[in-house]
Design a protein around this ligand. Structure first.
Ligand code: CP
Ligand code: NVA
Length: 316
């Protein structure tokens, strides 16, 4: 396992499968005894959040507590970093006390600096470029509903943002066809798309980037989106609403092009009436609450793989 998880780039295909495998095992009610044993007793997770979070922060804290460890919440403003101490010196110091760091930052480069000087694993809890923990949960959710990953098709509609970048990597590594549709100028990162295309070739799947949402949703097994206004983009709200609506909204009219048994996913938080209508996110095809629940199981699995790699659930 790579020491740091800053994006899905850091996780080879077999590691992704292994995280999902452990997460599925821990989720099974028959295995609650394992999920609640002291697998990570004595381990301390530091949680640095520069931006707000409901799911990531709380699922990580719950995960480490249920596995017998502890969490320390480090609001950015409480650290000397807010007074100018370097990220590098902060990483060196935290490595002396903690076992792992999860950090949510504005600039992905800050996470890279943190990980370069950290002797303990650093997990990306969301940066401007990537959101690997969300995508692990998404892949687990897709497998749960579709019973397979290879050969199915996912359509991402909206902003080619952090979630979209890591979805491209996750889907292509597992052989899921991925079609992304954004307004012109909001496409995902070109170098990420190139890696995804290479991965998809190895895994006998395809990547399509288009400005036409109907082309993306056509015959999709999964339709997903994210907010048009990511944290930090609030000043672009009016411009984005104008460019994204109504064409890039997931609504009844658009999903008519998907397969009949498509599932709708969203990392949350959602803005009903913007990127998705209430009838879709609250409708029968939506699996957003399972997707949110799976964050907890995936967080546990990831922490186990990083902090107790010898752990073998099969012997429990
Ligand atoms: N999906 C997600 O990361 O949610 P939070 O911003 O609430 O953590
Ligand atoms: N793209 C969103 C994801 C939130 C979980 C953001 O960066 O705000």
């Amino acid at each position: 396992m790579n020491k740091h998880v800053l994006s899905i780039c850091d996780l080879p295909r077999e590691q992704i499968v292994s995280v999902i495998d452990i997460a599925n095992y821990l989720k099974n009610p028959l295995n609650t005894h394992v999920s609640k044993t002291q697998i990570l007793r004595g381990k301390i997770l530091g949680m640095i959040f520069q931006k707000p979070s409901t799911r990531t922060r709380i699922s990580f804290e719950t995960a480490i507590l249920q596995l017998g460890g502890n969490a320390i919440n480090l609001s950015f403003n409480d650290l000397q970093m807010s007074r100018g101490e370097s990220i590098e010196d902060t990483a060196r110091t935290l490595s002396l006390y903690l076992d792992c760091i999860v950090a949510r930052v504005y600039a992905h480069g800050d996470l890279e600096k943190l990980s370069l000087c950290s002797k303990i694993p650093v997990i990306n809890g969301l940066s401007d470029l990537f959101h690997p923990c969300q995508i692990l949960s998404d892949l687990m959710t897709i497998y749960e509903y579709k019973k397979k990953l290879h050969g199915i098709t996912l359509a991402f509609i909206g902003d080619g943002n952090n979630v979209c970048n890591d979805l491209l990597l996750g889907c292509s590594k597992l052989g899921i066809n991925i079609k992304v549709s954004t307004p012109p100028g909001f496409e995902p990162l070109k170098w990420v798309v190139n890696i995804a295309i290479n991965e998809s070739k190895k895994n006998d799947s395809y990547v399509l980037i288009t400005n036409d949402p109907v082309e993306a949703v056509k015959d999709a097994d999964i339709v997903t989106t994210d907010t048009f206004i990511s944290i930090g983009k609030e000043d672009e709200k009016e411009k984005r609403d104008t460019l994204f609506l109504p064409l890039y909204q997931v609504n009844e009219k658009l999903v008519k092009h998907a397969k009949k048994d498509f599932i709708f996913m969203h990392c949350l938080p959602a803005k009903r009436g913007k990127e998705v209508t209430a009838e879709i996110i609250d409708g029968p095809n939506s699996v957003v609450w399972t997707e949110a629940e799976n964050r907890l199981h995936v967080q546990k699995a990831l922490l186990i793989k990083l902090l107790n790699p010898e752990f073998d659930y099969k012997i429990y």
